[in-house]
Design a protein around this ligand. Sequence first.
Ligand SMILES: [Fe+2]
Ligand SMILES: [Fe+2]
Length: 197
Amino acid sequence: MDTVPELGDALPLVPSDPAWLAAALGDLDSVHADHLHCERKAAQSALSLIRSYPERADLVAAMARLAHDETRHVVQVAGLLARRGQPASYDHGDDYAAALRAHIRVREPDRLLDRLLVFATIEGRSAERLALLAGALDDARTRDLYEGLATAEVRHRDTFLALARDAAPRTWRDRAAELAAIEAQILAGRVVTARIH
Ligand SMILES: [Fe+2]
Ligand SMILES: [Fe+2]
């Protein structure tokens, strides 16, 4: 029997540099502090799509659920910080996401497709790194949290990919492959730091 291609196959992200996990494990406080803002921004991104495309009922329903998931993740990561006795910090910005967003085309309908695929990329990268952390953490409770979050972010990646497929059935795969290659270049040009991205 033929295997059915998974949605995620359309977005072939390169594996993270092993130096990233070493840097992250060397400064978990910074990783967790940054992670809180990643989850917050994920919720805001989902809500921003509802603001931009209220006429798309499927998108509105999917993004409302996704924002709900992400705000729950904010609660979970805030709980982790509290358990560690660590205050949250200000957001130091995310030049990784900014570099990806710079590739979002301005005119519709390209803009919608690119926004969906950039968010899919960020979810896919987050999922990979949260899973790497889950595989390396000693504390069982934190490990369980990260395993659960990694699974959720894979689901979110696929939510964005399904919306991209529906929005641009003929072009979404080629554009997803382009953005995956762009993301690899962005990562290659970055200094590895103890942050999620
Ligand atoms: Fe999340
Ligand atoms: Fe997510």
